[in-house]
Design a protein around this ligand. Structure first.
Ligand SMILES: NC(=O)C1=CN([C@@H]2O[C@H](COP(=O)(O)OP(=O)(O)OC[C@H]3O[C@@H](n4cnc5c(N)ncnc54)[C@H](O)[C@@H]3O)[C@@H](O)[C@H]2O)C=CC1
Ligand SMILES: O=C(CO)COP(=O)(O)O
Length: 347
């Protein structure tokens, strides 16, 4: 049996800390697990995470620990806030400590290279007997912890898990919407990172509002086109986890993906940009996987393909932008039966 008020959060980064603190503030008994024992002890003693969210005090109901068993035993919900590159290895560690009905929720916005696997699919594979879900939306950790009003989405086939998550996290400043299209919600969160890099790059080149509006809108069209072919509901992309997160990360330098794009657009190499940011920018790997996927499925994704050419084939940004603008004319709104998946060379 699980304790309905016990929640575990795996990951010592900015989003894990924000989620853990919110759940603790709501009166839950919360354990945040960090792999680094020294850091866990330091954060627990300081009542702060100076590595990712310096200056922000943590709630007394939150315990930070290096002990995975203590963190997980009896927890009703486990949030996995580990970047996609390490996600599976951490999920493998928790299996022995989970209770039978513990719900496990991914907050990671990335894709595993093998078989284009999303993180909740990793959960499905590694923890087939557990209810699973995805938390995704326009959610900068740095704004959540200072109580900026925020909306998010819990996506799952399990209504009990949705209700439990809403109860654990909802507050006067955090609103948790439900969605049953887990795949679409998760895909939206992963794909938008590509376009955040594109928009950061465009901003570095001094583009105006017209360009930004076009980029955002065509990004949404492109994401939805792939999503539909992959079996997600493209309408999901009109919600917080699609359009909402796209707007957020494509317009703000709080986004690490946007900052990678801005740095590359300003003349830095990709490696320099990543090193300077010092935190995970999932879009850099996602664009490689999406370019391959789009080619194998013959889905037209000019922005993702153009970004790949700039980041990994040394194509000049200006040259790629001009090519996109001068291609043949295309339709504005898709999914009306016209041109939904026909190849073209324009934006
Ligand atoms: N920061 C944000 O505002 C948001 C982030 N996300 C997503 O959440 C996921 C995590 O992001 P952040 O917390 O921001 O990342 P972060 O870069 O701030 O922190 C990642 C944490 O994971 C830990 N970690 C990495 N590999 C590990 C391993 N093998 N074992 C144990 N711990 C490991 C790191 O030590 C670090 O504490 C990402 O997929 C991101 O896209 C989602 C919504 C908002
Ligand atoms: O997904 C995010 C906010 O919703 C965070 O975006 P970045 O990973 O680009 O910082």
């Amino acid at each position: 049996m699980t304790n309905p008020n016990k929640i575990a959060v795996l990951g010592g980064g900015s989003f894990g800390t924000a989620i853990a603190n919110m759940a603790a503030t709501n009166g839950n008994t919360v354990y945040q697990w960090m792999r680094n024992e020294e850091r866990a002890k330091q954060c627990q003693a300081l009542r702060e995470n100076p590595f990712y969210l310096p200056g922000f005090p943590l709630h007394e109901m939150l315990t930070i620990t290096h002990d995975l068993q203590t963190a997980i035993t009896d927890a009703a919900l486990v949030f996995v806030s580990i970047p996609s590159q390490s996600f599976r290895s951490v999920v493998k560690l928790i299996q022995p400590y989970l209770s039978k009905d513990t719900g496990v929720i991914s907050t990671a916005k990335g894709i595993e290279p093998e078989n284009f696997t999303l993180m909740s699919q990793v959960l499905e594979q590694e923890l087939p007997d557990h209810p699973i879900g995805v938390l995704s939306g326009p959610n900068f950790a740095k704004e959540i912890v200072v109580n900026q009003q925020t909306g998010t989405v819990i996506a799952s086939e399990y209504d009990a898990l949705i209700t439990l998550t809403q109860k654990a996290l909802s507050s006067g400043t955090f609103r948790v919407y439900a969605n049953h299209d887990r795949y679409g919600v998760e895909l939206g969160g992963a794909l938008k990172n590509i376009y955040a890099i594109v928009c950061g790059m465009a901003a570095a080149l001094g583009t105006g509002h017209n360009t930004q509006a076009m980029l955002l809108t065509r990004s949404l069209a492109e994401m939805s086109r792939l999503a539909q072919v992959l079996g997600a509901n493209p309408m999901t992309f009109l919600g917080l986890a699609g359009m909402g997160d796209l707007i957020l990360t494509c317009t703000s330098d709080l986004s690490r993906n946007y900052r990678v794009g801005y740095a590359v657009g300003s003349g830095k190499s990709l490696n320099e940009a990543i090193t300077d940011i010092g935190q995970v920018a999932e879009g850099v790997n996602t664009v490689k996987l999406v370019k391959e996927k789009a080619e194998s499925l013959n889905v037209y994704m000019p922005l993702a393909t153009g970004l790949y050419a700039i980041l990994f084939e040394s194509r000049p940004v200006i040259e790629v932008a001009q090519q996109l603008m001068q291609g043949e004319q295309n339709y504005d709104v898709e999914f009306s039966g016209k041109l939904s998946n026909e190849p073209s060379t324009s934006l």
